[in-house]
Structure formats: C-alpha cells, structure tokens
Write a protein that binds this ligand. Structure first.
Ligand code: KIV
Length: 268
C-alpha cells in the first residue's frame, strides 16, 4: 500500500476547501495512536480531557504542562502520519511570555506539532506571538472546560444573540491573530455553520453540528467507556462494532459521510 504523506496545516486547509470532512480524536498513548492512525484519523488531539478520563479528576484544571508533555511523547512515539495537536493546560497561557515558554516545551519535549489554547480576545496576543515564532495554534471557543467555574457548568454556549455575535467576532479575531485551526465546543449548530463558512481555517466541532469542517470526540466517549453519563453530543461507536479498530473506522466513515453528528447529537 502506498505510504500517505504526513498531515500538515496545509493538508487540513485543502480538505476544508475541497469539502472533505476532517476526522479528529483525542489520543493519550501509543497503542491507541496506532489504531487511530490505521482508522484514518487526520488529527490526534492530546487533550487535557486526559485529566478527567485518564487521571480521574473532576475537571481538566489539575492537569499540568508536565502531564501534557508525558502523554504527548507517548503519542509522538507511535504517530506516523496524523497531525499532533497538544492542549495548553489551565493557566499555562496566563501571559504571552508564559505561552511562549510552555508551548516551546510542548514542541521541544513533547514533540507537539500544534498547540491548542482555550479563549477568545484574551488570547489574541499569545496566538500572534506563538505563530510569529513558528508555532501553529488551534483556538478553542464555546464551552471552554478550563473556565467551567466561570461558565457555571458544562453547558451550551452562544445561545443568546449577543453571545453568538461575540463568539463569531472572537473566531475571526483568532484567525486574524494567526490561528491555523479552531475547535468549537457545545454551540448551536447554526452558529457553528456560520463560523465555519466565515473562516478560512478549518473549524472542528464537538457538539456543534454537522456543518463544521471536521469533528472531534474524546476517545473514551467514542468507545463508550467514560464513566458516568454520556454527553448528548457523543456516540458510542463500539456499540454494534465487532472490535475497537472497527469502531474507530466507523467513526471516521460517519464523519466523512456527514452522518455524524446526527440530529440526535445536535444541540439547538
Ligand atoms: O481536551 C480535549 O479533549 C478537548 C476536546 C474536547 C476538544 O479539548
């Protein structure tokens, strides 16, 4: 079989232009990274969700830069093709200088290829500084789990007109600051569609409807093994699949065919 070229930011932009949906899944270790690559996932997100699904914390807040580096290295050892995006954990971007230092560690020690940070306007200067220093950045708007206490829980964002306008403005602002990709979490599908159409960079949705340029799920949600209640926007792809590789392939196929997320996973 011909070896596929590594996925780059350029590949993802081309996919957006061509209307090919981008399949993203979180990964935290080497074994799952191999399976996710075999299934055809284009982007591996070493998400700080690992604080909840791997470390057993109640939120992502306790996750440290060292934790992210450890898991990012595990993923990097196994990854051959997919782009590796690594989360900047809680308070690791509190100033531009901190953003640069911590992102440099994620690239140097964790072999990240892109960093993801949560927040809008407050992050413009960090995004600009990082990209000017050659570090690709993915923004994250909507439900930003690191702000769970300020948001008052894990709930849909951007429902009111003012909040929706602000989210669109901040998405544009992040792109103008230099972001190469944007994650939109738990926002109404009409707003996510508007943002995806307005931006030139790929917009990856989670609980944001089918009209984003790609989809991301937390691996453990996708396999139905996250303890407790399943988020409404996720689907257990292991249900009905013969094994884990088949479940991962089913997810990628459903994203590409625009069958996931379906109406039942979509938040109004
Ligand atoms: O940490 C994570 O897994 C994430 C996704 C939910 C987008 O940020």
């Amino acid at each position: 079989m011909a070896k596929l070229a590594p996925v780059t930011t350029e590949t993802l932009r081309r996919m957006k232009t061509d209307g090919e949906k981008i399949a993203v899944v979180t990964s935290y270790d080497a074994s799952f990274t191999c399976l996710l690559e075999d299934a055809g996932v284009e982007v591996l997100l070493v998400g700080d969700s690992l604080g909840m699904v791997v470390q057993g914390h109640e939120s992502t807040l306790p996750v440290t830069v060292d934790d992210m580096i450890y898991h990012s290295r595990c993923v990097a050892r196994a990854a051959k093709r997919a782009l590796r995006v690594v989360d900047m954990p809680f308070m690791s971007c509190a100033s531009v200088a901190q953003s640069l230092d911590n992102a440099a560690r994620l690239l140097r020690e964790g072999r990240a290829q892109m960093v993801k940070l949560e927040g809008g306007e407050l992050m413009y200067d960090s995004v600009a500084a990082l990209t000017q220093h050659g570090i690709p950045v993915c923004g994250h708007l909507g439900l930003t789990p690191q702000s769970v206490h300020q948001l008052g829980g894990y709930r849909v964002q951007g429902r009111e007109e003012q909040a929706a306008t602000r989210l669109l403005d901040e998405a544009i602002g992040l792109e103008q600051a230099g972001a190469s990709m944007l994650v939109l979490e738990c926002v109404p599908s009409a707003l996510a569609k508007q943002v995806s159409e307005r931006l030139g960079i790929p917009v990856i949705g989670i609980g944001a409807g089918v009209d984003c340029d790609g989809q991301v799920l937390v691996l453990y949600d996708l396999l139905g093994i996250t303890p407790g209640k399943r988020p409404k926007f996720s689907q257990n792809f292991l249900d009905g699949a013969r094994d884990i590789p088949a479940a991962l392939e089913a997810y990628v196929a459903a994203v590409k065919a625009k069958q996931f997320p379906a109406a039942e996973h979509t938040l109004a």
